[in-house]
Design a protein around this ligand. Structure first.
Ligand SMILES: [Ca+2]
Length: 615
C-alpha cells in the first residue's frame, strides 16, 4: 500500500487532522489476518509468478503457438449477465507497432512494422497480468481508400466485411505476417486461440457503415436518399450508410444486408470469436438485430453482443442517423450497452452520478435478467481520460467503474499508463500514404486514440494508473460477487455543501463494501457519512491501492468522517450485516431474478424483503 503523505507540512488542515489521529487506514488494530488480504496477496504473487514464469510457448514447439486450447467453451454472454467482463479495447495494427525512430508513426520506409495478429500474441501475458479477461478488437477489415481519413484509412471505413465468396472475414493485409505460411484466417485464429488459452474472451467490432469504395461496389447494400444521393453520417465524409430496408413502410428488411451480416456472424463463429461489438447499433433498426442476434445464438448460444448505444444520444441528433434506443437494443438481444459514462467528467456532483446509476438499475427491471453496461468512461470516440482530469482522475475512474452496479469495467489500450493520444505527426502532411485522398493528411482527432493512421503502440508515462486499475480488478475477484451482484445502497451525508463526495455501499450475503469518492479533481472534499451499523473500533479493510494526496478517514459509531484528497477514491470492506434493513427505502438492486419477456415488457415493482425500487 502506498501511504506516503504528499501534503506539505505547512498544511494546516493536515496538521490539525493529524493531531486528532486520523489516518488513511481507518483507525483499527489490524488484529485479524483478514482472508481478503491474504487473497489479495495470493493474487499478487500469482500475477508475479505468471509474469516471471517463462511463458509456456518457450518450451513448446514453435508450431504449438496458436494451436487450439483444450476444452475451451465460450461463456461470454453469461459473463455479461454476471457483470464479470473486464475489457480492453485494442487496435491490432497499433497494439504491437514498432516505432523505431520515435516519431510516433509507423513507416515501412523506416524499417518499422505495424502490429499483426501474430505479434499481438506477445502482449497477451501482459494483458492477462493486468487483469483483463476480454478484448474488444476494433475493426480488422481492409480500409477504403476513397475520401479516406488518415494515411491508413479509418478502421470504421471498411472496404469489405467478408470475402467475395462470403465465407471468410475480410482481413486487413497489414495484420497478416507475410513471413508466416499460415492463411489470414489461421493467423487470426492463432491469436484467438492464444487469448482463449489465457481465459481472455475475444469480441470483434462490427462497423456500422461502409467506405466509399464499398458504396461504389455494392449499391444493393446502400442507402440512397430521395434525390439519389448517398446517405452520409454527419461529420464523416469517408463512410456511407447501409440501407437496412427493402421497404421501410412495410418494415421489410434488405435481404442482401441481412445475408452479409449472417455471413459475418458465421465467419466469426468459425474463427472462435466470442461476441460482436456493434458499432452505432442504432444505424440499424431493432427488427434487424432481432434476426441477426438470434441467428448467432443458433450457432453459439453464448455468443455475446455489446451495442454501442447511449442513454441520451437522442439529445444531440445527428443527420441521417436514427435516434438511439438503448432499451430497445437490449430487448432485441444485446447483452450490454455503452450507456453514458463517457460524460462522467461532466457530471457536476454526486447526485448526478447516483441518479444515473439508479436510472439504469430501474431500467434493468423492465428488461430480461442481467442486462448491463460497460464502463464506457473512455472509448476511441472520446478524449483520453488524462485530458479530462489527469492521472489521479484516471485512477479515481478505475475505482468508480469497478464499484458501480451493472457495470463491466472497460479500458482503451494506453489508458493503463496514461496515454494522452497526443501524436506529434497529428494533422500534418506526409509524403507516403496508403490512401487515395491526394492529401496524405495524417488526420487525428485531438487527444483521441488514432484510428486513421499507422501509429505507435499505445502507452503513456503514468504506469501507476495500471497498478490502481489492477488492484480494482483484484478487488472484484476478492470480494466474490459483491461488486457484480450486490445491492446499491444510498447513504446520507452532511457538511459536503458542493455535493462532491460520492458515497454508497454495496451489500451481498452479509458482506458490505463502503465506497467513498471525491469527484473534485482539484480540491479536497470533506463530509460526514451515516453508515448504519458501523462501529468505532471495527475493522475496515482497504481494498484498492492508495494514490495521490492523502485522505483522512475517521470511524465513529454509525458514522464515518472523511477529508479526501483531490480525485481520491476509497473502498473499504466493513462489517455491517444489517445495513440493508437499516437503509430500507434506499436499497436498489439490478434485475438478476425476474426474467421479463422482451416481446411483452411490463414494468413490475420488485418487492423483495429489503429491496425497493426507485419510482
Ligand atoms: Ca516511426
Amino acid at each position: 500500500m502506498d501511504n506516503i503523505n504528499n501534503i506539505g507540512s505547512n498544511n494546516l488542515i493536515k496538521l490539525k487532522l493529524n493531531n486528532i489521529k486520523k489516518t488513511e487506514e481507518p483507525q483499527q488494530t489490524q488484529k485479524e489476518a483478514p482472508k481478503s488480504e491474504s487473497g489479495l496477496i495470493n493474487q499478487f504473487l500469482e500475477n508475479q509468478s505468471r509474469i516471471n514464469k517463462p511463458t509456456v510457448n518457450n518450451v513448446q514447439k514453435v508450431t504449438d503457438k496458436g494451436s487450439a486450447p483444450a476444452n475451451y467453451h465460450n461463456n461470454m454472454r453469461q459473463m455479461f449477465q454476471n457483470n464479470e467482463v473486464i475489457m480492453l479495447g485494442i487496435v491490432p495494427r497499433t497494439f504491437t507497432a514498432k516505432d523505431l525512430n520515435g516519431d510516433e508513426m509507423i513507416r515501412k520506409a523506416d524499417g518499422e512494422k505495424c502490429g499483426t495478429f501474430l505479434s499481438a500474441i506477445d502482449r497477451l501475458d501482459e494483458i492477462k497480468a493486468q487483469g483483463f479477461n476480454a478484448l474488444h478488437i476494433l475493426p480488422i477489415h481492409p480500409t477504403g481508400k476513397i475520401n479516406a481519413m488518415g494515411t491508413a484509412g479509418s478502421l470504421y471505413a471498411p472496404e469489405k466485411f467478408v470475402t467475395d465468396d462470403g465465407k471468410h472475414l475480410a482481413i486487413d493485409p497489414n495484420l497478416i505476417d507475410k513471413d508466416d505460411p499460415r492463411s489470414p484466417d489461421d493467423q487470426f485464429r492463432a491469436f484467438i486461440n492464444e487469448c482463449h488459452k489465457r481465459d481472455i474472451k475475444v469480441m470483434l467490432d462490427l462497423p456500422s457503415c461502409a467506405s466509399v469504395d464499398m458504396y461504389n461496389n455494392h449499391p444493393e447494400l446502400m442507402a440512397i436518399g430521395r434525390n439519389n444521393e448517398a446517405k452520409v453520417p454527419e461529420g464523416w465524409t469517408d463512410i456511407r450508410m447501409f440501407n437496412p430496408w427493402e421497404d421501410e413502410s412495410k418494415r421489410t428488411l434488405n435481404k442482401a444486408l441481412i445475408d452479409m451480416h449472417k455471413n459475418y456472424v458465421d465467419a466469426c463463429i468459425d474463427l472462435g470469436i466470442d461476441g460482436i461489438r456493434s458499432d452505432v447499433a442504432r444505424a440499424k433498426p431493432t427488427e434487424f438485430w432481432d434476426i441477426i442476434i438470434p441467428y448467432s445464438h443458433q450457432k453459439d448460444p453464448q455468443f455475446a453482443w455489446l451495442g454501442e448505444s447511449y442513454t441520451y444520444e437522442c439529445a444531440s441528433p445527428q443527420q441521417n442517423m436514427p435516434y438511439d434506443r438503448p432499451e430497445d437494443s437490449l430487448r432485441a438481444g444485446f447483452d450490454s450497452i455503452y450507456g453514458q459514462y463517457h460524460i462522467f467528467h461532466e457530471m457536476k456532483n454526486a447526485k448526478e452520478v447516483k441518479d444515473y446509476v439508479l436510472e439504469n438499475l430501474d431500467m434493468s427491471h423492465r428488461l430480461p435478467v442481467g442486462k448491463s453496461l460497460i464502463g464506457s468512461f473512455t472509448t476511441h470516440d472520446d478524449e483520453s481520460l488524462m485530458m479530462r482530469g489527469g492521472e489521479n482522475f484516471c485512477k479515481m475512474v478505475s475505482v468508480v467503474q469497478a464499484t458501480l452496479p451493472m457495470c463491466n469495467p472497460y479500458y482503451l489500450d494506453g489508458i493503463q499508463s496514461g496515454d494522452k493520444y497526443d501524436y506529434q505527426y497529428g494533422n500534418k502532411v506526409v509524403k507516403d500514404a496508403d490512401t487515395d485522398n491526394g492529401k496524405h493528411f495524417m488526420t487525428v482527432h485531438k487527444n483521441k486514440m488514432d484510428i486513421f493512421n499507422y501509429s505507435r503502440q499505445p502507452g503513456g508515462d503514468a504506469p501507476e494508473i495500471g497498478q490502481v486499475m489492477t488492484s480494482t480488478f483484484n478487488m472484484r475477484k476478492d470480494v466474490n460477487e459483491l461488486m457484480r451482484k450486490g445491492s446499491f445502497i444510498e447513504l446520507n451525508k452532511r457538511k459536503d455543501k458542493d455535493d462532491q463526495v460520492l458515497t454508497f455501499a454495496r451489500h451481498l450475503n452479509g458482506q458490505t463494501a463502503l465506497v467513498i469518492v471525491n469527484l473534485n479533481k482539484n480540491r479536497r472534499s470533506a463530509a460526514e457519512i451515516d453508515v448504519p451499523g458501523i462501529k468505532e473500533e471495527q475493522s475496515m479493510k482497504n481494498l484498492v491501492k492508495n494514490y495521490g494526496e492523502k485522505s483522512f478517514i475517521q470511524v465513529e459509531n454509525n458514522k464515518v468522517k472523511v477529508d479526501l484528497g483531490p480525485a481520491r477514491a476509497h473502498v473499504y470492506l466493513i462489517d455491517t450485516p444489517n445495513i440493508e434493513t437499516e437503509r430500507k427505502g434506499h436499497v436498489f438492486v439490478q434485475n438478476f431474478t425476474k426474467d421479463i419477456d422482451p416481446k411483452n415488457p411490463q414494468y413490475e415493482e420488485v418487492k423483495g424483503e429489503h429491496l425497493s425500487l426507485k419510482k
